[in-house]
Structures are given as C-alpha cells and as structure tokens.
Ligand binder design. Structure first.
Ligand SMILES: [Zn+2]
Length: 257
C-alpha cells in the first residue's frame, strides 16, 4: 500500500518574495547512513561562516524525568517471557532480559535528548536556494505495537540567510526517530524544528518507511510503504516550488536503478 502525499490544507500568508523560489534550485544532495547512535559531535560539516547561537531548548527538549531504569525493564521482559509460556530461567533466555533492556535504552535514547540543539549553531551565508538532503536512513519504533518502522527521510529547506551544518539535519532525524513514534507525528516534528530553529523561507520533510506492524502481523502486507510529508512556509503556499522539490526527491529512483 502506498499512501498519497498529503499536504496540509492550512494555508498561511506570508510577505515573502515568491519570485525568489522561481529561480533554479541547486540541490545539495548527500546520502547519509547513520551507523552509530552515539550523540557524539564528530561529523564534518560542509558549511563555513560566522556562527550565531540561540540556546533556548526546543519544544522537543526532554522534560525532567527519571533516567532509563534497566533493572525495571529486565523484570518486565522476564515477565513477558513467562506470560507467553516460556521458561525465563532456561539457559538460552537467561541473559535475554538484560540484552533487551539495553536494546530499548538504545532505541529510545531520543527521549533524553533535545534534537533542536543541533540546529542552534547556524552560519550566515548568502545562499537562498534549496538545500535538500535525501535518503537519510532511519529506524523508529511504532508506539502502538513497539515494532520498528524503517525507511528514509528527505529533509529540505530554503535558507533565509542562515544555513546549518548538513550533518545536523541527519542528527535531528536520528534523535526524533529514537523515541516511541508514529510516522505522521515524526514528519511534523522534524519540519517544525526546522521552521522554529532556522526560520527558513520554507521547509519540507518527506518520510518513506516500511512498518513491521503492517508486514509481520495483522494485515501482513510486506512491501507496503507509507509516505508522509510536511511542508512549511513557501513550500506550503507555492505549488510550483513544492512540485519541484518533490521531483528532486522522487527522481532518485531512476538514479539508483
Ligand atoms: Zn504499529
């Protein structure tokens, strides 16, 4: 099943110069596979200039809460094993609760991080054309079934004199995805973060993902892909610019094949 691209109906009026987006877009395209969940700041950025900072936490900043309780998770996993009729004390399962607890801590590490912090450091650049990173791989956990959904994110924005390090967009995707999620909300959260932190002329986020809860249980439709999109600013008000960036995103298939 493939759901159609959905663009919000809420149209907002802005005084921005629509002519600027009639110009050709230069696509900055990188394909980033995040190989580590480490929040370490060790990726190279491709943008140079004068940094400016806004240090207020974003709306996705974690609220004060207990840290991950591994023993509690271990007890819960052991209880699930017993509840499904297994023997949690047999050899093969003895270390499973601890292993699963550490896995969940990793998969939900985004709950304890503020993804907006990656967008605080911006660079003043007179570049006002499209910046698009497509095929940012991600994995997240469906909050309804606690099963993974895995796919790619395409994240783009039209700068308003300020750009952010390219790898930061992938870091935002990484941390927003590593929490109990639904794909629709995740799409909006990434777009809102871009809009709030970078104040671009426009932002667009498209996610494509396969949901395990659709493929291995329930209706069992392997191969189905769910596509969601969120647009902000000029991409919402200007159909031609939106169509153009969507063409860039969709065009990759012919590139790959
Ligand atoms: Zn689900």
């Amino acid at each position: 099943m493939r759901t159609l691209f959905r663009f919000p109906d809420r149209e907002t009026r802005h005084d921005w110069d629509l002519n600027c987006i009639e110009t050709r877009f230069f696509v900055l395209e990188i394909r980033i596979a995040i190989l580590s969940n480490s929040p370490a700041e060790d990726y190279d950025d491709c943008v140079h200039g004068s940094p400016s900072a806004k240090e207020a936490p974003s709306r996705l900043a974690p609220k004060p809460k207990p840290t991950v309780d591994l023993p509690r998770m271990e007890r819960a996993v052991r209880e699930i094993l017993a509840a499904v009729g297994e023997d949690p004390d047999r050899d093969g399962l003895l270390e499973t609760p601890g292993r699963v607890a550490r896995m969940y801590a990793e998969l939900f590490m985004g709950l304890h991080l503020d993804p907006g912090r990656h967008l605080k450091k911006v660079f003043v650049e007179q570049y006002d054309e499209l910046v698009l990173i497509r095929d940012i791989s991600f994995n997240s956990m469906c909050e309804h079934h606690l099963l993974p959904f895995i796919g790619v994110a395409h994240v783009g924005y039209l700068p308003r004199g300020r750009v952010v390090g390219l790898s930061k967009l992938a870091r935002v995707v990484e941390e927003v995805s590593h929490r109990p999620q639904v794909q629709e909300r995740m799409t909006h959260q990434i777009a809102d973060l871009l809009q709030q932190e970078l104040d671009p002329k426009g932002a667009i986020v498209v996610l494509e993902a396969a949901h395990s809860c659709m493929t291995i249980r329930g209706i069992r439709k392997p191969g189905s892909v769910t596509i969601t999109s969120a647009v902000r600013g000029l991409f919402k008000t200007n159909q031609s610019s939106r169509a153009e960036v969507m063409a860039f995103i969709q065009g990759r298939r012919s590139d790959i094949q």
